[in-house]
Design a binder for this molecule. Sequence first.
Ligand SMILES: Nc1nc2c(c(=O)[nH]1)N[C@H]1C(S)=C(S)[C@@H](COP(=O)(O)O)O[C@H]1N2
Ligand SMILES: [Mo]
Length: 406
Amino acid sequence: MKRRNFVKKAILTSMATVIGADIVFGNWMPKGYQPLAFQDPDPYKMFDKDRGMEVLNDKPWNIEAKAHLLDDKITPNKYMFIRNNGLIPKTIDVKNWTLTIDGESVKQQKTYALADLKSKFPEYTYQLTLECGGNGRSEFDPPAKGNQWTVGAVSCAQWTGVRLRDILEDAGIKDNAVYIGYHASDTHLSGDPKKEPISRGAPMAKALQDETLIAYKMNGEDIPLVHGYPLRLVAGGWPASVSGKWVNRISIRNKVHDGTKMTGTAYRIPCEPVAPDAKVKDEDMCIIESMPVKSLITYPKSGAMIDLGKKLNIRGHAWAGELEVSKMEYSIDFGATWKECPVEKPVNRLAWQHFSASIDFPKRGYYEIWGRATDSKGMSQPMILPGWNPKGYLNNACHRIAIKVL
Ligand SMILES: Nc1nc2c(c(=O)[nH]1)N[C@H]1C(S)=C(S)[C@@H](COP(=O)(O)O)O[C@H]1N2
Ligand SMILES: [Mo]
């Protein structure tokens, strides 16, 4: 019989690879037919994520971790949250991938192939804390629109690449440079090729920091596609929206970058505190820069039980944007009293720091452990939700876990 109306063998084989099983009656599949497995993809398989992660949105894909999944000192891919504003690039042409430096304040526009970047500039590796500006949004009341992140939109992976500073200086920075802005190859949800899903940036001082990288590796391997393969800007300690994935162009601007999600209310908070539910004018909103001090108890998992008379060992991470965490405390009495516990130095600037404590409980019953970090300028995490803001950013309230002593 004639087979030309049916799917070719090579295509069948590649489909079977993606699905992870033989397509038994595949030779009967009409040409151009899309198997259901592709129409309703399994995000955990597609992105190599742990099944304990929580999918918040599938268009675009937004997936968060849980506190206890973030226990590793270096966050592995399977526990790393995903935040997309648009659609992940469908095809990545690595061989022809380039990074262009342009803008009003570049001395000479330049384009670098991936291989150029790797051979021309020295390589650095840093562990960098990336927290979404909207992490903790789910607690705001009145609620804020957007992904209802709980605590899991934070990661601290190891990033390897070249310094953005070295590239910018190679192209030449004019004296009037103010800001950099990134452009990337993901596409707008509307499908309109002229619209960018996001194009943010940072002031020159942040762009020129040692730790601000144009990265091509995460945790020692190629960056996973969903996290920005093959090239990503990484600016630790600032809202992770500054860390552009799939970057192909960086503009040196003579003004504050005005790309998508730089203006209006996006990634901005009221310059002065406002009452909950207040309407704030665009001109009274200020761009979020360094993230506030925060911590997570990553062990044990909330709900753990322990026998009376046994010590409970807890541990977790604390971070403070551009600053260091200088003190870590915990409370088992709803914040009435606090005990200090040791917190390690960061492996490098902008990496999260590890704390641990060994806790005694006076009698059987229900307890909560609250963790509170303080930064090197003396600012501490608030015990409950901090300043309400229209878009629900910067909730750095103390993390809490429930414990039952039997
Ligand atoms: N090109 C591009 N870069 C992007 C985004 C995006 O949608 N497109 N999202 C930003 C936001 S809001 C966050 S919080 C981080 C999330 O990074 P991750 O998905 O690797 O965890 O990427 C940032 N970089
Ligand atoms: Mo974000």
